[in-house]
Design a protein around this ligand. Structure first.
Ligand SMILES: Nc1nc2c(c(=O)[nH]1)N[C@H]1C(S)=C(S)[C@@H](COP(=O)(O)O)O[C@H]1N2
Ligand SMILES: [Mo]
Length: 416
């Protein structure tokens, strides 16, 4: 059987079926998918020995990470984006988690991996992966969002697709050892107030992390969604810093130094600080505030049917807790409606929402607005700019607007 052929047949049939739907679900008696035999039920399919590691259907080839050429000066120090508009539920499949690395993907045998804890500790320690696996472990689901997510949109709408405006995020169930357990094994001296986490990749990335956070909910993780971390996500070991900006989640974690003050390295001074209108910059803006985006419809995922029952879907998250509520508007904010939350509501994890409505077939301006469990409400982009000015890149959690025209085509716009 030719894959191309069956796709063409399917597409043709798809048109027949959807006209059928518009005409109150009448069965089309000439539908070849019902009246004719198909290759896939005439021939045996492939056997169990052909997929030692399963891959998506060939019809899903467009579901992939994408990069933006003008944001990619060099692929080894760059970013690609999660295809949020192709996903549902709350978990990001491992092969679709966006990647951000500053010196390429380090790939090495995990038996060569070492994690050192040094500095202001009673006993400096070095762990192998086997040592780490012998500590009691936990399973927790968290989002990781790069602080630069939506950063290109500070001064106005720019990139046409939620993959590009909001795709520097993934949401994964991690298995790992609480960082607290490893620190307690080493014994923190009373003046040990900060950590420096360091990666083993060519960028040797480092970030300062306050001790309270390290002892609270950080994990040293080795599994994502049940299987080993992917090389691009820091195999064999990464730091998980729940709710805080992605840059702090050091991949290929090789060293934790305990100190009495922050180090003020590159990633917390020249990068990942927020430049204000008056030229001063905010530092240590670690927490990712509540944010949401409508993933469907969106510029890469237009509405394909004509007016009538329509499903709007999206994701919301907060670095400060859960998302009990998301509001949705389809008329640019004149009327707000409460979305329906569906799926588990975990702390500092992505949440899924839906809003089902009867589309009258005219233009729409759709927006979503997240409320988190602290009572914080996602701001508009103008509200953010009124306080932070227009120089920022990082921490843009403003409300996103898509314009949908009568043909269902969506575009990134801003309204004020
Ligand atoms: N060792 C190391 N850790 C790193 C980075 C890196 O380049 N090297 N990039 C950081 C940045 S800026 C982000 S946003 C996240 C991205 O994680 P991901 O590749 O799993 O999406 O990893 C962080 N940890
Ligand atoms: Mo990042």
């Amino acid at each position: 059987m030719s894959k191309k052929n069956s796709r063409r047949q399917f597409l043709k049939a798809g048109i027949a079926v959807s006209t059928g739907l518009a005409a109150s679900n009448a069965v089309a008696d000439d539908d070849p998918l019902i009246t004719q035999k198909q290759t896939w039920n005439q021939e045996l399919g492939s056997g169990v020995d052909e997929r030692p590691y399963g891959m998506p259907s060939p019809f899903e080839v467009d579901v992939k990470r994408r990069s933006v050429p003008w944001l990619t000066a060099d692929p080894v120090s760059s970013i690609n984006f999660t295809p949020l508009h192709e996903l549902d539920g709350i978990i990001t499949p491992n092969g679709l988690c966006f990647e951000r690395h500053h010196g390429g993907v380090a790939e090495y045998d995990p038996s060569y991996h070492r994690l050192m804890i040094n500095g202001l500790v009673d006993k400096e320690l070095v762990f192998t992966m086997e040592d780490i696996m012998r500590f009691p472990r936990e399973n927790r689901t968290y989002f990781l969002e790069c602080a630069a997510n939506s950063g290109m949109e500070w001064r106005g709408s720019q990139l046409n697709g939620c993959q590009f405006t909001h795709g520097m995020i993934h949401n994964v169930m991690y298995t790992g050892v609480p960082l607290r357990s490893l620190l307690e094994e080493a014994g923190i001296k009373s003046n040990g107030k900060w950590l420096l986490a360091e990666g083993a990749d060519a960028s040797g990335m480092t970030r300062s992390i306050p001790m309270e956070k390290a002892l609270d909910d950080c994990l040293v993780a080795f599994k994502m969604n049940g299987e080993s971390l992917r090389p691009e996500q820091g195999y064999p070991l990464r730091l998980v810093v729940p709710g805080w900006e992605g840059n702090m989640w050091i991949k290929w974690l090789r060293r934790i130094e305990v100190g009495d003050q922050p180090w003020h390295h590159r990633e917390e001074t020249s990068k990942y600080t927020d430049l204000l209108e008056d030229g001063r910059a905010r530092r240590f803006t670690w927490v990712m505030d509540a944010k949401s985006v409508i993933t469907n419809p969106s510029p890469q995922a237009p509405i394909l049917h004509s007016k009538g029952p329509t499903i709007l879907s999206g994701v919301a998250w907060s670095g400060r807790g859960t998302i009990p509520r998301v509001d949705v508007t389809i008329d640019g904010g004149k009327n707000w409606n409460m979305a329906r939350m569906s799926g588990p509501s975990f702390d500092k994890s992505m949440h899924r929402f839906y809003y089902e409505f009867d589309w009258n077939g005219s233009d729409l301006l759709v927006q979503s607005r997240a409320h988190d469990s602290t009572g914080y409400v996602q701001p508009t982009k103008d509200e953010l700019r009124s306080i932070r000015g227009e120089n920022s890149i990082y921490h843009n959690n403003g409300i996103q607007t898509w314009h949908i025209n009568a043909k269902g085509v969506a575009e990134n716009v801003e309204i004020s």
